[in-house]
Design a protein around this ligand. Structure first.
Ligand code: SF4
Length: 92
């Protein structure tokens, strides 16, 4: 029973790998091999937005349990902080 499930899982993984863009395959493989929770999160978000990473940054599904942890948001936050700091410095 256990072996049968593992075989089915591997077949499902192989099926997904065949349609994942090459540049994201390593992330997916790391995730399904249980090597990285970060990779699992990244792979889930990437799959959710059909592998368009800019869509993750702009994700508006605020109720999604992964939203607060989604990848690629650091860039947005740091640019907002820079903008805010710039606004403060002009007020001084
Ligand atoms: S946070 Fe956004 S991109 Fe990530 S899984 Fe949720 S809805 Fe999809």
């Amino acid at each position: 029973m256990e072996v049968h499930l593992e075989e089915k899982r591997q077949a499902a993984i192989d099926k997904r790998l065949a349609i994942i863009p090459k540049s994201y395959r390593k992330t997916y493989e790391k995730a399904v091999a249980r090597k990285s929770m970060r990779a699992a999160l990244k792979a889930q978000c990437l799959e959710c937005v059909n592998w368009e990473k800019s869509e993750i940054r702009n994700c508006i599904a605020l109720g999604c349990p992964l939203w607060a942890y989604r990848p690629y948001q650091e860039i947005l936050q740091s640019s907002v902080k820079r903008r805010d700091l710039g606004a403060e410095s002009t007020q001084n």
